[in-house]
Design a protein around this ligand. Structure first.
Ligand code: 3PG
Length: 213
């Protein structure tokens, strides 16, 4: 997967936490139907790998990204499940190097200039800026760009991003896309409220599309 291209076309990526495997397919269907095909399925729960492979085989059009890939075991599981890219909230040299060796596109998390320097030194072209709002939001990214724009680095902010602030992020050309859980809220998943999730995805997709025009 060309991460920058695929993530950029989506503009907004739902960050998904699946506790119950039965929810994986209907949740993914609602998100894709709403207009958000790139899904970050986080390795925060036991069934993450199973969810990725199930969605991959049962939801046409879904593009699977493994999230919260903190270690080598999760990287291997994500690959085996069929994830096309991996994302992490932090920067771990060993995992970034291992992903590179496997040919797995990997987007590590950074929140400081030093972490960004290290990620760039390992050849990362895109980083997750996490936790975006707490770490300084759009202004902080713009300040980082003052020193790093020439490198061509691209950002995917997540953490505290939502419908009310996502357009501010997407207005920055170096921000490829934003991620967030607001599109797949825990209570809506628990209630099997796929209509609400489809609506949230459609609202988000509309904003992402507005940026592209
Ligand atoms: C992530 O891993 O990207 C975050 O948990 C998303 O943060 P949010 O819940 O504030 O969207």
């Amino acid at each position: 997967m060309d991460m920058i291209k695929t993530f950029g076309e989506a503009g907004i990526i739902p960050v998904i936490v699946i506790e119950d495997i039965e929810k994986a397919v209907p949740l993914a269907r609602a998100l894709v139907k709403g207009g958000l095909p790139v899904l970050e399925v986080t390795f925060r729960t036991q069934c993450a790998a199973e969810a990725i492979s199930k969605i991959k085989s049962e939801v046409p059009g879904a593009r699977l990204v493994a999230g919260t890939v903190l270690g080598l075991e999760q990287l291997a599981a994500a690959r085996e499940a069929g994830a096309q890219a991996c994302v992490a909230p932090g920067f771990d040299q060993e995992v970034v190097r291992a992903a590179k060796a496997l040919g797995m596109p990997f987007c590590p998390g950074v929140a400081t200039a030093s972490e960004l320097s290290q990620a760039l030194a390992l050849g990362c072209k895109m980083v997750k800026f996490f936790p975006a709002e707490s770490a300084g939001g759009v202004k902080y990214i713009k300040d980082l760009l003052g020193a790093f724009r020439w490198t061509g680095v691209r950002f995917m902010p997540t953490g505290g991003v939502n419908l009310s602030n996502v357009s501010d992020y997407l207005a920055v050309p170096e921000i490829v896309c934003c991620g967030g859980t607001w599109i797949a809220p825990k209570d809506a998943i628990a209630a099997n409220d796929w209509t609400r999730i489809e609506t949230l995805a459609a609202d988000a997709a509309k904003l992402a599309k507005a940026r592209k025009c």
